[in-house]
Design a protein around this ligand. Sequence first.
Ligand code: ATP
Ligand code: ZN
Length: 310
Amino acid sequence: MPLIPGVIKMIKTDEVRIKIAIQKSGRLTEHSIELLTRCGLTYSRGRDQLICYGENMPVDILLVRDDDIPGLVQENICDLGIVGGNIIEELRLELIKKGTKRLFNVLERLNYGHCRLSFGIPENVEYIGAKTLKGKKIATTYPLIVEDYLKKQNVNATVVEFSGAVEIAPSLGKADLICDLVSSGATMKAHGLFEADTILESTATLIQSPEALSKTKKDWIKLLLQRIRGVLQVKESKYIMLHAPREALQEIRRLLPGSEAPTIIPLEGFKDKVAVHAVCRENVFWETLEELKEAGASSMLVLPVEKMLA
Ligand code: ATP
Ligand code: ZN
């Protein structure tokens, strides 16, 4: 793994700060920065553009290529990292193959960077499950994940590693089919391939170094993780206020998505009507409001939740 000079310098000069590696430029960058910012972290960017120094917490952000992140964390060069589950799984299988016991710890799956690793088959080939793959040449960036899947399916096939533009392998005659990351499916379609079985569902994931941490670092990571979980919860959560006839309360509570104990408040001047305030842990869609109205609710107001701490 290439060691970045700035990283080595930082590690030597400051042992008590937490280093978190995130993707420098790509699909996960903006969301990862946004997550840390929403956790309350303010930072200034170093002159080399590789490190962001935390100003209000001892947390520094390292901007690196996503492929380097699990290695940096596993080697304890960084304490934490945010990277796609696909890259984590490929390295996990590599470490197992090498017999390494020190794996990184997965702390939390995050709610962005959703994608799946699926087979892409030329449109003129009939797909009848994993046995279709028998004796075929499969191009992929994730050879170990694919080999692991083939082994579990008891299918013999040849896996060829491609580092990029996997989808062109069949038309170049380099492979019969591919196994690649998909989110919308448009790229496969544009290359005359259809999406067959998915072998891995992936999201951005927070990982931690396997090394024992000092008490100070442990405490900061605990706090950061608590805030991250708060941010994740809040994303979908809504605060809902409405008026309801007392006799419809049971039905209205049933309709509120993911709410535990709503607050019921008497309404001045109304004996048979109450106000209901509730935090819904899932998004509240128009359809839900329409059903609530049908059940007798009125004066409904849905507000976003800014912060949440259980
Ligand atoms: P880097 O320059 O850091 O190596 P990259 O080109 O390898 O970047 P990106 O294409 O930015 O990586 O993807 C980063 C991660 O985003 C992937 O590893 C995956 O977890 C996730 N992802 C989400 N949707 C997709 C998709 N449609 N295709 C590829 N990756 C996706
Ligand atoms: Zn990459």
